[in-house]
Design a protein. Structure first.
Ligand SMILES: [Mg+2]
Length: 175
């Protein structure tokens, strides 16, 4: 069975911004060494690559789709130009107050991966928020909790790396 990497977008692939909204390329920065190490993971392992991202209020006046998609599509095109293809991308637009089952740490968008066809015991959620760690628990997989300004130190995960080099080396060490 194939294991999965459920990878968060903001704060994990690209830098989180203070207003938690990246609606123009001027606000876009990739995490250091992300492209190099994610490409190595893609090439050297057999993980399914699944992006899971909360985009609060996407489609509302506060965050219209016309602001979101050009930046998002650029991120995806750039990753693909390095050979980093995501097998699936799941985007939830709800706010925390909506309590919607699709919003991380809810698994509403991810039920297709929980039917026994994937090796969840050897799968990881990689993210920078406590909700990503909780998502891992809800999916029955492990958590890699990127250390960032937004990390909550009381949340424990299998690995709390500083960056993608450490994530790559950790995955290598498990082989
Ligand atoms: Mg994040």
């Amino acid at each position: 069975m194939q294991p999965i990497l459920f990878i968060d977008r903001d704060g994990t692939i690209i830098r989180e911004t203070e207003d938690e909204k990246i609606e123009k390329v001027e606000k876009l920065d990739f995490l250091p060494e992300l492209l190099y190490y994610l490409k190595k993971i893609k090439e050297e392992f057999d993980y399914l690559f699944v992006m899971v991202t909360n985009q609060d209020g996407l489609g509302t006046e506060a965050f219209p789709e016309c602001e979101f998609w050009p930046v998002h599509n650029f991120i995806i095109r750039l990753l693909e130009s390095e050979g980093i293809q995501f097998d699936a991308i799941h985007i939830d637009e709800h706010y925390e107050k909506d309590n919607h089952p699709n919003r991380k740490p809810g698994t509403g968008m991810l039920t297709a991966y929980m039917n026994g066809d994937y090796d969840l015991a050897h799968s990881f959620v990689i993210g920078d928020r406590a909700t990503d760690v909780q998502l891992a628990k809800n999916l029955g997989c492990k958590a890699i909790y990127l250390n960032s300004a937004y990390s909550d130190t009381t949340t424990k995960a299998e690995l709390m790396p500083k960056g993608w080099k450490e994530i790559y080396e950790y995955l290598v060490s498990l082989r």
